[in-house]
Write a protein that binds this ligand. Structure first.
Ligand SMILES: O=C(O)CCC(=O)C(=O)O
Ligand SMILES: [Fe+2]
Length: 411
């Protein structure tokens, strides 16, 4: 019987409301601190955060850590300070935007400090608003549900002959999965040839591709969206039992992408100096809406293999269960970083709130396709969520032009 669920959603359309800045700080936040301060304080103390100011047209407020509670005062005298529109502040409280939405869009306005300070306080605010504990060192353990009390082997991978329930329980604990030998390597070769044929049909600014410049002066298409339109092999794969089996392992009724940008084919060049090919540490919900949509599942299909020198995916185990900042792994994080080297035809799976990154290749290029599964919608429509989704989509699609990845990994 399938009983493993990854549905962490806590908000729906009806929960979205206009939050007045002054009313929030004067009435709501003091109450939230009284009710949930004990959930925020231990983790906030570990982060060791400095006073932080939020400045809006309606007023400025400063948050700081007191000895045993969070202290709120009017004014803009924190060590760090962010400037937000009233509407943006409302969107943050509603979990429709995060500090990463502004950073990625190039619209983050901080008069003192940096995004790290904002992210620390975002974690504290989420804890207070959502009633969820800020992560503390040692709080996340990995139990092997199939062997009572035994610690889980995080390096484990699975094959098609493994038991679906066992695989699903591994994902629920860790937030990721490595499936070995899931697809035929011959099919991957054919798909790679389809990628070669499709590449010249994509152009910079076509609205369906991402681009990056390399040290050798090339402008490369690194991500072909809507790739199912270019490959019969991919269309078959997306409706195959092997692929759909991944979503069926859970009790959530996961839905595979059926139209639009179903699958993205990535080519990872060596030596990227501008744009984004290898996305640095992030959760896929980092731009907002975690509490409306997580966990979605992202599957990475290895068209070529990958390792530490050829573009492998890395994940932070258990991060889908931890209230931590949604991007950049913080120095001193206790959660284990796991490398996911793959062979051609392997699949990686990660939850939308699992922290992950792609290691820039240094020896040879990598090819991988990303597609995935969403939780079934609670309700039709949802105008406010659609507006937020469109805003997040626009930020995501513009990212390769607004921000650049750090120059390649050299180790
Ligand atoms: O570049 C990769 O392999 C990872 C891409 C990714 O994480 C994303 O697009 O969200
Ligand atoms: Fe991602």
């Amino acid at each position: 019987m399938l009983v493993v669920s990854l549905d962490l959603r806590t908000r729906r359309e009806a929960d979205i409301r206009t939050v007045g800045v002054c009313a929030f700080f004067a009435d709501e936040l003091p109450e939230l601190i009284a009710r949930h301060g004990h959930l925020a304080m231990p983790g906030a103390s570990e982060l060791g955060i400095e006073p932080f100011s939020i400045v809006t047209p309606s007023g400025a407020f400063t948050l700081s850590l007191g000895r045993d509670t969070i202290v709120l005062r009017p004014g803009d005298d924190g060590a760090a300070s962010v400037v937000l529109d009233d509407a943006d502040f409302s969107d943050i409280v509603n979990d429709l935007k995060t500090p990463m939405t502004f950073l990625t869009a190039g619209t983050l306005r901080m008069s003192r400090g940096n995004v790290g300070d904002f992210l620390d306080w975002w974690v504290v605010l989420r804890s207070l608003i959502d009633g969820r504990a800020v992560h503390t060192r040692g709080a996340i353990a990995f139990r092997d549900a199939n062997r009572d009390g035994v610690a889980l082997d995080l390096a484990r991978s699975f094959t098609p002959s493994d038991d679906d329930g066992e695989i699903a329980r591994f994902v629920a604990e860790t937030g990721f999965l490595h499936l070995r030998g899931w697809f035929d390597p011959q099919l991957m070769l054919e798909i790679s040839a389809d990628m070669d044929r499709a590449l010249p049909t994509y152009t910079r600014d076509d609205g369906r591709s991402w681009w990056a410049r390399t040290a050798t002066g090339d402008d490369r298409c690194v991500r072909m969206q809507y790739f199912q339109e270019h490959s019969a092999g991919v269309r078959d794969l997306l409706t195959s039992d092997a692929f759909l089996r991944i979503g069926r392992m859970f009790s959530d009724g996961y839905v595979a992408r059926a139209d639009g940008n179903c699958i993205e084919a990535l080519v990872k060049p060596i030596g990227v100096i501008e744009g984004i090919s290898d996305v640095p540490w992030h959760k896929d919900c980092s731009l907002g809406m975690h509490s409306y949509r997580c966990c979605g599942l992202t599957t990475g299909i290895s068209v070529t293999g990958a390792d530490a020198r050829s573009g492998q995916l890395r994940v932070v185990a258990g991060s889908h269960r931890a209230l931590v900042q949604p991007a950049f792994v913080r120095r001193g994080s206790d959660l284990p970083i796991i490398d996911l080297p793959t062979a051609t035809g392997d699949v990686t799976v990660h939850c939308s709130c699992t922290m992950h990154m792609a290691q820039p290749p240094v020896d040879r290029e990598r090819r991988v396709m990303y597609t995935g599964f969403a939780l079934p919608a609670h309700e039709a429509g949802g105008e406010a969520q659609q507006r937020a989704m469109a805003a997040i989509g626009a930020v995501r699609e513009g990212a390769y032009k607004t921000v650049s990845q750090q120059p390649g990994h050299v180790a």
